[in-house]
Design a protein around this ligand. Structure first.
Ligand SMILES: Nc1ncnc2c1ncn2[C@@H]1O[C@H](COP(=O)(O)OP(=O)(O)OP(=O)(O)O)[C@@H](O)[C@H]1O
Length: 366
């Protein structure tokens, strides 16, 4: 089922939450909506479900307008963060309960329950009550209940946020598998950018009432539309620092040109003030002092086992580097951070608006 929102806005009494949201979701897509707390992700999902009305705009399912339809007429199912299981029913009864709205024979309902429990690997626990299940198992029951209805659209609102890290990773893989097997349209809300990056065909980043960017995970990572997306996607977050470029194509960190810190820009960049974004993995120390390097002082080191994070100070700007190995360096020592020579590692943003500078400058006038 395809989903289309046109100019959807939503305000509550004292707050505007969504303004003019337009988006089309393709049939069978795994579509993730991500954003910080309070950005309106759940509100947008509830609008699609029919649980919250819009202030303006229209919603279409397969080109049929559903804006005014109640949830039970929209042919969808939902999975919530808190599982929403009924404590006095066992696992099989909870799954069957999700079929109550459907005109199916008792035999067909039994088959659906068996099928859904099998899908989530819970057939052996069908007689247990929810309180005798782990958090991950309870979440599996709520998944089974949503899947048993075989609706062409499934909505999930932070379904994994009550689980510990290991279970979360397991359930992530499980949901990806279920989506692949069943092929329903899946709209998934999370505030966790790792979930968004690893699960979604496309990601919609929501903030300040607006769509900040819509694209595939790697489009967002490699070409963030603005500083908000650049910082939101990726861990540790992208370094974004003010730079000043002079007429000799040299730059220094900071809002004023510092001649003693000047480093050549590896491509033509008009003089001016910018915000420069560099991913931590693209800002690694040079073995020896080089011409295109930023001198920095190590402020902190975090050994993660497989990676080392180095936090440093360069001309008053805080920077973080990620080195994909164990790396010994003392706090207080001096480092030369190599300026990445490839243009793709440079993310330039407008110093006032934070919008990515795409044409003519960062891409060298392509
Ligand atoms: N029924 C309501 N009445 C008034 N304000 C509401 C209502 N529901 C949500 N809001 C407000 O709308 C804004 C967005 O809430 P929403 O739950 O959609 O955000 P979210 O991005 O899902 O956040 P979180 O990640 O914290 O769940 C918040 O400021 C919230 O206080």
């Amino acid at each position: 089922m395809s989903i289309r929102l046109t100019n959807v806005s939503k305000g509550f009494e004292h707050t505007q939450v969504l303004s003019d949201i337009s988006v089309t979701i393709a049939p069978g897509e795994f579509f993730v909506m991500v954003g910080p707390s309070g950005s309106g992700k759940s509100t947008l999902l509830r609008i699609i479900a029919g649980l919250t009305s819009v202030t303006a705009g229209q919603i279409y399912f397969d080109e049929r307008e559903v804006t005014a339809l109640p949830p039970k007429e929209r042919n969808l199912s939902m999975v919530f963060q808190n599982y929403a299981l009924l404590p006095f029913m066992n696992v099989a009864q909870n799954v069957r309960f999700g079929l109550d709205n459907q005109q199916l024979s008792a035999n067909e309902k039994n088959k659906r329950v068996d099928w859904a429990l099998d899908l989530v690997h819970l057939s052996g626990l069908r007689d247990r009550k929810p309180k005798a299940l782990s958090g991950g198992q309870q979440q599996r029951v709520s998944l089974a209940r949503a899947l048993a209805a075989k609706t062409p659209l499934v909505l999930m609102d932070e379904p994994l946020s009550n689980l510990d890290a290991q279970l979360r990773a397991e359930m992530r893989a499980e949901i990806i598998r279920l989506h692949r097997e069943i092929g329903m349209t899946l709209i998934y809300v999370t505030h966790d950018q790792v979930e968004a990056m690893t699960m979604g065909d496309r990601i919609l980043v929501l903030d300040a009432e607006q769509i900040q960017q819509l694209g595939t995970p790697l489009e967002l990572y490699n070409h963030p539309a603005n500083e908000f997306v650049a910082k939101f996607i990726g861990t540790p977050e992208m370094n974004i620092v003010p730079i000043t470029v002079n007429e000799h194509n040299q730059f220094s960190l900071g809002t004023e040109f510092a001649a003693q810190q000047a480093v050549p820009v590896p491509f033509a960049l008009p003089a001016g003030h910018y915000h420069l974004g560099i991913r931590p993995e693209q800002l690694v120390p040079l073995a020896a002092a080089g011409t295109a390097a930023l001198p920095a002082t190590v402020a902190d080191v975090q050994q993660l086992g497989n990676d080392t994070l180095i936090f440093s100070d360069c001309n008053g700007q805080q920077l973080v580097s990620r080195i994909p190995q164990q790396f010994e360096v003392a706090v207080g020592s001096r480092l030369q951070l190599a300026v990445p020579p490839q243009k793709g590692a440079w993310h330039l943003f407008d110093a006032q608006t934070g919008a990515a500078i795409k044409e003519g400058v960062a891409d060298g006038g392509r």
